[in-house]
Write a new protein. Structure first.
Length: 260
């Protein structure tokens, strides 16, 4: 894992956007794995601006989202379909037919999940997976205890996640209990992963992910087994990392690196 600590959430988003742009410019038909949540909003805004300025092109890009709540139609304001269209897809030049988001209203979830996994393979696999992290250390909706080999499936949400996400609903009872999520094993097959985290409420999860043992209790820790993962943090999310100074030292010692 490469850990990059930026001073602000804006700088973190900008650094991650430059990374995405570099990949798209090297491979214009790249397959991107997309994440929802508050964390990647700055990244999506940066990418949309870069697209408007002609610095990055999404016309040949294919996307696969990590997850979706079960039971929410695509028009529901809290569905991840709605989130992605409002916050990203409608601001870039991606063809609608290239967008894949798990269905929250499938009649046969098992068949849908198998189809989703196959579709990722048919498209050549995910080149770059964007990730956030839950306060309990989950990636996508792979809650504590999820198998580190898990595939796309129906998952019951954990109470801390329902509590965290209730801020987006009128009340806690409206938060769906189930989600369709890519598995940890699915995510680990992406060629490159970019995980973003900001804010002090993520500091414990980040330190467990980066410096704790690999454990299904913190599913993000499985990224320690991934050969090409970059973790972009702001100062607050990096606040509990024991080797923080070393990560900055590594960044500063890279050829041509700006001094931090
Ligand atoms: C949800 C999503 C995750 C996301 C997490 C954190 O659980 N399934 O993909 O990383 O929320 O969200 P936020 O960025 O809003 O803190």
């Amino acid at each position: 894992m490469e850990v990059i600590v930026e001073q602000t959430v804006e700088a973190m988003s900008r650094a991650a956007a430059l990374e995405v742009a570099e990949i798209l410019n090297a491979k214009p038909n790249a397959v991107l794995g997309m994440a929802t949540g508050t964390t990647p909003l700055g990244l999506y805004k940066e990418l949309a601006q870069m697209c408007r300025r002609g610095e990055v092109d999404f016309s040949h890009v294919t996307t696969f989202n990590l997850d979706e709540y079960v039971g929410l139609p695509v028009t529901h304001p809290q569905s991840f379909h709605y989130f992605m269209h409002e916050n990203f897809f409608k601001h870039v030049n991606i063809p609608l037919e290239n967008i894949h988001i798990p269905s929250g209203t499938a009649s046969n979830y098992r068949a849908f999940c198998d189809w989703y996994e196959n579709r990722i393979k048919e498209c050549g696999g995910i080149d770059l997976q964007i990730l956030g992290i839950g306060s309990d250390g989950h990636i996508a909706f792979n809650e504590p205890g999820s198998s580190l080999s898990s595939r796309t499936r129906l998952k019951t949400l954990a109470k801390p996640t329902i509590d965290d996400n209730s801020r987006f609903f009128n009340n806690r009872d409206e938060v769906p209990i189930y989600a369709i999520t890519m598995g940890v094993g699915t995510i680990l097959e992406a060629r490159k992963c970019l995980l973003l985290a900001n804010g002090k409420n993520k500091a414990d999860a980040v330190s467990a992910m980066v410096e704790g043992p690999v454990t299904s209790m913190i599913t993000a820790s499985a990224l320690q087994l991934h050969e090409d993962t970059k973790v972009f943090l702001d100062e607050s999310a990096a606040g509990k990392l024991k080797m923080r100074d070393y990560y900055t030292w590594i960044q500063n010692k890279k050829p041509g690196a700006p001094q931090r």
